[in-house]
Structure formats: structure tokens, C-alpha cells
Design a protein around this ligand. Structure first.
Ligand code: OXD
Length: 312
């Protein structure tokens, strides 16, 4: 019999409740703390989890497969994870959430929400300020995996011009032009909105540094829904303070939770959200895991396998 560890610091029970498996063929441990997970680790063949602490891998000699509950797999692909362990993702789940997040915040800016709300507080009829249009503005999607493509599609539907950046620069339907990563600065020059959707890998760490930020239009907004370390946060802070770009919507940070004393909180051209752009819900992840578990138990190849060399 195979043993599954369902691990989630806050919602392990909810995830476990939706695991549909032939009971006779699978035993399930439900853990919410590293200590509990460490105790059962020696029996575990499969991890269905979120942010399992790396030291657990060394205690799990039978481990063969990790199904990530979140969008990113950087927490799985740590040096402690043995090379033979297969890692799978849940594509298709997070893109729709993140596309709404991105377009919602673009609209928040273009519709001048803050200005009208401030005028309302003063009982002021402010008809001298007009909203902007997203239609016709240029969105640059940096990272054209399934999340980036979903954002590009939705943006295209409302008439935004969509550009992209990917490692290989291969054409993507609905994206007017795809630049290679090495041409990132050329792409940034053209964008009104820059959204980061790349995974955190050695190649993307620090991808947006001072030089890249300097290439952006002074009127452009940056939206980071990838990982904090993809951006040089010191350079970003300095860029925002000088108003060398218009603003940033930041959902991810190098240190999370963002420390209360961090200067990002107080900048009027920064929106801080607490890593919620693509929430994981047990209901949406369960079918992905269920299908793969059926395959696993039947000895078939799993779907959505992460290429460990590329780290996504
Ligand atoms: C993530 C997530 O991986 O929120 O960041 O799912």
C-alpha cells in the first residue's frame, strides 16, 4: 500500500477531505506541522503539499512523487530533494485567478480609483480628471508559461496590446511579439504595464535590476506576481521613490510576510497585497491530484511533471 502525506500549514484537513483514492491502496497522513510530518516521513511515498520544510525530504527514503498545491515549485526544488523524486504542478488552476488580479489592478490604476475616492471623501465633484483606457495600452508579460498565457489572453480580449518575454522567444498566439529574455530591456521600453510571471530559478533571480527598471517608461506600472527575488527590491524601492516609474503592485516579496517596518508599505505609488494573487483552493487542486494519483497507482506516467533541469 502507498502512503500519502497531505501537508499544509493551515488547511491540511480541507485538502485531505477531498483526496479521493481507493482506501485499500492508499494510506493517508494529514499533517500541518513540520514535527508531525517528520514523524510520518519514513513511511511516505507521495507528498501532496504546500511548503513542506526541506529537512523532511531527508527523512523520507521512500518518497517518489511530490504534487505541489501552489503555483510555484521553488519550495520543492531544494538541494535536499533527491534527484529521482518526480515533482508535478497544477497548471490551469492559477492563471484565471492571476489574470483577474492583474487586470483588476490595471483597472484600479486606469480608472483612477484612488483619486475619485479621495474626492468623494471631500464631497468634491472632480470632473476635471478623466479615467484612462486599458484598451490600446501595452502589457508586457514576462514569463509565458500557462499563467502568463492566460493573462495575455484576457488582456487581449479587452483590447490591450500584448507583448511577451520568454527564454526562447517562441511565438505565442495572442501575443504580438515575444522577446527573448536577453532582449528584456528592449521589451520593457515599449510597455505601459509589466507583469512578472516567471518561476524563481537561478536564471530569473534578480531578472529586474536597476538597468531594467531604468528601461521602463516613467508612466509604466510593474506588477510582480512571481516571486520577490525576481526583482532587485533595493533598486525597485529607489526607482519608486524617485518616481522613475509610475508605480508597482506587489504581491510577492523576498521576505514574507513583508515586515511591518518595510518602506514599501508607506509609498503612495505602491500597492502591497499579501501573496494572494493566485490562491490555492482544495476544490481546484483536488481534481489535478486525483487524476495523477490514479495514474500513479496504475503505473502510468504522471501529468504536469516539472523539468527539474529548468526548474519549472
Ligand atoms: C505560489 C502560490 O506558488 O501562491 O506562490 O500558489
Amino acid at each position: 500500500m502507498k502512503t500519502v502525506l497531505v501537508y499544509h500549514p493551515d488547511e491540511a484537513d480541507r485538502y485531505a477531505a477531498l483526496v479521493r483514492a481507493p482506501r485499500a491502496r492508499v494510506a493517508i497522513h494529514v499533517c500541518a506541522t513540520p514535527e508531525d510530518a517528520a514523524r510520518v516521513a519514513p513511511e511516505v511515498d507521495i507528498v501532496y503539499g504546500w511548503r513542506l520544510p526541506p529537512f523532511i525530504y531527508e527523512k523520507a527514503p521512500r518518497l517518489a512523487w511530490v504534487q505541489a498545491m501552489g503555483a510555484g515549485v521553488d519550495w520543492v526544488l531544494v538541494p535536499e530533494l533527491p534527484p529521482h523524486v518526480v515533482v508535478t504542478r497544477a497548471p490551469g488552476v492559477f492563471g484565471p485567478w492571476m489574470a483577474e488580479y492583474v487586470l483588476g489592478w490595471c483597472a484600479f490604476v486606469s480608472q483612477r480609483v484612488e483619486a475619485y475616492r479621495a474626492a468623494q471623501r471631500d464631497h468634491r465633484w472632480m470632473d476635471t480628471v478623466l479615467p484612462g483606457r486599458l484598451r490600446g495600452s501595452t502589457l508586457l508579460v514576462v514569463g509565458l508559461g500557462d499563467i502568463g498565457k492566460t493573462i495575455a489572453r484576457l488582456a487581449g480580449r479587452i483590447g490591450m496590446r500584448v507583448l511577451g518575454v520568454s527564454r526562447a522567444g517562441a511565438p505565442v498566439r495572442g501575443v504580438e511579439r515575444v522577446y527573448r529574455t536577453r532582449d528584456l530591456r528592449r521589451a520593457l521600453v515599449a510597455a505601459d504595464w509589466v507583469v512578472l510571471t516567471v518561476p524563481l530559478t537561478p536564471a530569473t533571480r534578480g531578472l529586474l535590476g536597476a538597468a531594467e527598471l531604468a528601461a521602463m517608461k516613467p508612466s509604466a506600472w510593474l506588477l510582480n506576481i512571481a516571486r520577490g527575488p525576481v526583482v532587485d527590491e533595493t533598486a525597485l524601492l529607489e526607482t519608486l521613490r524617485r518616481r522613475a516609474i509610475a508605480g508597482a503592485v506587489l504581491d510577492v516579496f523576498t521576505t514574507e510576510p513583508l515586515p511591518p517596518e518595510h518602506p514599501f508599505w508607506d509609498l503612495d505609488n505602491v500597492v502591497v497585497t499579501p501573496h494572494i494573487a493566485g490562491p490555492s483552493t482544495p476544490e481546484e487542486i483536488a481534481p489535478v491530484f486525483a487524476e495523477n494519483l490514479t495514474r500513479y497507482l496504475a503505473g502510468r506516467r504522471l501529468r504536469h511533471i516539472v523539468d527539474r533541469r529548468r526548474a519549472y
